[in-house]
Design a protein around this ligand. Structure first.
Ligand code: IPM
Ligand code: MG
Length: 370
């Protein structure tokens, strides 16, 4: 029986509420065996700032580096609007991504049949949708230097962000995309802005080379990121795997999330390179939604993205495909039963709280597992 160590970082806002529902799923899996998960929790984001004056403490970072996987909730909220930029809540998440070298962010946008009417788009446009966004996560404008605001006199300031990519960063994310595509429809769209950005020119060139050299059997389409945004709401089912940089991936994944009915439905996995000796990847799993401070603490949050993020951990970190399938089937089943949190509420359905939804998912796991 394998025992794995999970570091839980619930964070701020609705983070702790949705994390509590994952803990229910973990407890069920531990009781069912054969694998077991030991969990430890720590602070991140605004809650870490309140306790330590930092968005994540060095001690929590050490735990994250040692863990088999990090399960992350959400960070941020108006309470911390005034804190210094370097210690703002989001800095905790960005440090985790950077220090764990989690360069590959997988964001699957799947439209559950029961939710096809919850999307803001028509049922026929989104029904059966299954897109995998592969977002580069440790480069680009998020981390490029210089990143400054300077006083340039005459009451003027100048702000600079730097978009920078090296060949190896594009190659490794392209390989992740092509490898995943090979397990699906083997169709990859690569989005950039080569018509205005040098990083887009290099991105296009390197993705084309990786394709020609290593993955000639895959179908590759290059698409400008603005056109991609438009195509995502026009005919989203034309996409299978979509690979893009850090900033475009941030924006395009929020669009893709809404196709599925709600931001509360979209999970994500952030993976590092396989370790040369053990083959294990460092990994962090988090819902794409944020901390939603407006609904925090009221039992209104949808825990499905958080629970589905844990299912991705079962799949990508622990190779427990059956358990991952079980969690995902349980989610589909509670949606079929008509249970809905407020964000995906539809006429004729039953509105439930965060905790009721979590309990219903576990009950469905129990039922499906027999
Ligand atoms: C995301 C979030 C983060 C990002 C924020 C919280 C820093 O929007 O994971 O999509 O911009 O990457
Ligand atoms: Mg985002």
């Amino acid at each position: 029986m394998a025992a794995y160590n999970l570091l839980l970082l619930p964070g701020d806002g609705i983070g702790p509420e949705v994390m509590a529902e994952v803990e229910r799923v973990i407890a069920w899996l531990n009781a069912a065996g054969p694998h077991s998960f030991a969990t430890e929790s720590d602070l991140v984001g605004g809650s870490a700032y309140d306790a330590h004056g930092q968005a994540i403490s060095d001690a929590a970072m050490d735990k994250a580096l040692a863990a088999d996987a990090v399960i992350f909730g959400a960070v941020g909220g108006p309470k911390w609007d005034g804190v210094p930029y370097d210690v703002r809540p989001e800095a905790g998440l960005l440090r985790l991504r950077k220090d764990l070298e989690l360069f590959a962010n997988l964001r699957p946008a799947i439209c559950y049949p029961a939710l096809a009417d919850a999307s803001s788009l028509k049922r026929e446009i989104v029904e059966g949708l299954d897109i995998l966004i592969v977002r580069e996560l440790t480069g680009g404008v998020y981390f490029g230097e210089p990143k400054t605001i300077t006083d340039i006199g005459n009451g003027q300031k100048r702000a600079i962000d730097t978009q920078v990519y090296d060949t190896f960063e594009i190659e490794r994310i392209a390989r992740v995309a092509f490898d995943l595509a090979a397990t699906r429809k083997n169709l990859v769209h690569s989005a950039e802005k080569r018509n205005v950005m040098k990083t887009g020119v290099l991105w296009h060139e390197v993705v084309s080379q990786v394709h020609a050299r290593e993955y000639p059997a895959a179908e590759l389409h290059h698409i400008l990121a603005d056109n991609c945004a438009m195509q995502l709401v026009r005919t989203p089912k034309q996409f299978d795997v979509l690979v893009t940089d850090n900033l475009f991936g941030d924006v395009l994944s929020d669009i893709a999330a809404m196709l599925t009915g709600s931001l509360g439905m979209l999970p994500s996995a952030s993976l590092g390179a396989p370790d040369a000796k053990t083959g294990r990847r460092k990994a962090l799993y988090e819902p794409v939604h944020g901390s939603a401070p407006d609904i925090a603490g009221q039992g209104l949050a949808n825990p499905i993205a958080m629970i589905a993020s844990f299912a991705m951990a079962l799949r990508y970190s622990f190779g427990q495909i059956e358990s991952a399938d079980l969690v995902e089937s349980a989610v589909a089943s509670v949606l079929e039963q008509g249970l809905r949190t407020g964000d995906i509420m539809q006429p004729g359905c039953t509105r439930v709280s965060t905790a009721d939804m979590g309990a219903a998912v576990v009950a469905a796991m129990e039922r499906i597992a027999g």
